[in-house]
Design a protein around this ligand. Structure first.
Ligand code: PLP
Length: 366
């Protein structure tokens, strides 16, 4: 590829983060959440690298089939369930475990003719108010599933809505509601995402469902992955493709949104919103040029952005630019851009070439 932009994916960091997850949730099975193309990191490569995970979580049938066709054997859960009854034969054939969250899905299971029963997660709304049966509906729905010949094991499942906020009391409340509902029923239980499993160990139950933390990103607002013992997996890096000197008063980029306060050098970097860099990142968003911190200036355009080189008068074309990575947390860029790190990594465009860094070979010591 001629354009110098790269997304580097560090598979060793991914494995480290899985070990960190095991350390934090030693008594639970780990369902690694790899939906949305492994949060932008490459779903199949992530799943193959995390071969020690006990299972995988995806959003839909197509993602699950891609994993099975890549040779993934562990249990795969469909976290949004199934959307139409026509999916059920494939769900049965590929041994997938859908979330069931509507009575309509239960009717579809009851009406289906399947080669083998399907294990399901029965989803309860414990307070997030997005998907799931109300606490009152839980037991009647459980009984219906229990009586259905097309249903095998029934797992008990809910999702945390506030686990990014360590001060919120809601996670504790959701956990208590979950306990109160499921304790009298058999079946595997699953509640915690990354925030839950790191911040509230009591939410871990039989299966934890980490996504974000596996990619080395902190689930907590105002905090970074390394502060949680995690290693960032994705680095977004490019180069200066032009270095220009402008006079005081020169307006930079579209709409002249930033005006040079003095005569100064301005660098142009090959990355823009067409690559997934957030267009809403304002002037002042940090960037590393030659490993030194500076800021972007003016508007982010589709393929380029401009950077302030006043601190680096010797910077030249070809010098390295880090948009995010171990030395510049993606969480920080997300804060500047008014979004969350999930969105930034998921949004990496398909045109960005990926460089995969293999895990370091194990050192054999005698
Ligand atoms: C049902 C469910 N469980 C687990 C996760 C993983 O969450 P996180 O990436 O915050 O760990 C998600 C992600 O959105 C989810 O939808």
């Amino acid at each position: 590829m001629t354009r110098p932009l790269r997304a580097r994916i560090d598979l060793g960091a991914l494995q480290h983060n899985l070990h960190r997850t095991r350390e934090a949730a030693p008594h639970s099975h780990i369902m690694a959440v790899v939906k949305a193309n492994g949060y932008g990191h490459g779903m199949v490569r992530v799943a193959q690298t995390l071969h020690e995970a006990d299972g995988f979580g995806v959003a839909c049938l197509e993602e699950a089939i891609t994993l099975r066709e890549a040779g993934i054997q562990q249990p795969i859960s469909l976290l949004e369930g199934f959307f139409e009854s026509g999916e059920l034969p494939a769900i049965s054939h590929y041994r997938l475990m859908p979330v069931v969250h509507t009575e309509r899905q239960i009717r579809q299971l009851e009406a289906a003719q399947l080669p083998q029963p399907v294990a399901v997660w029965l989803k309860i709304d414990t307070g997030m108010h997005r998907l799931g049966f109300t606490p009152e509906m839980f037991e009647p729905m459980y009984r219906r599933l229990q009586a259905c010949v097309n249903v095998g094991d029934i797992g008990l499942f809910s999702h945390l809505g506030y686990a990014d906020d360590r001060r919120s009391l809601q996670t504790q409340r959701q956990c208590e509601r979950f306990h109160a509902l499921v304790d009298a029923f058999p079946g595997a239980r699953s509640l915690a995402n990354s925030g839950g499993l790191l911040g509230w160990p009591e939410t871990q139950f039989d299966w934890v469902r980490p996504g974000l933390m596996l990619y080395g990103i902190s689930p907590f607002a105002g905090n970074t992955g390394p502060e949680q013992g995690l290693q960032p997996v994705m680095t977004l890096a490019s180069e200066l493709i032009a270095v220009n000197r402008y006079e005081r008063g020169a307006a930079i980029g579209y709409s002249g949104a930033w005006v040079c306060p003095e005569d100064m050098p301005v660098g142009v970097v090959a990355v823009g919103y067409g690559d997934g860099y957030p267009r809403h990142a304002p002037t002042g968003t940090p960037v590393l040029v030659n490993g030194k911190r500076t800021q972007i200036i003016g508007r982010v355009s589709m393929d380029m952005l401009c950077v302030d080189l006043r601190g680096q008068p010797d910077a030249r074309i070809g010098d390295p630019v880090l948009l995010w990575g171990a030395e510049l947390p993606v969480e920080e860029i997300a804060r500047y851009a008014g979004t969350i790190a999930y969105e930034l990594v998921c949004a990496i465009a398909s045109r960005v070439p990926v460089e995969v860094q293999s895990p370091a070979p194990l050192e054999i010591t005698s």
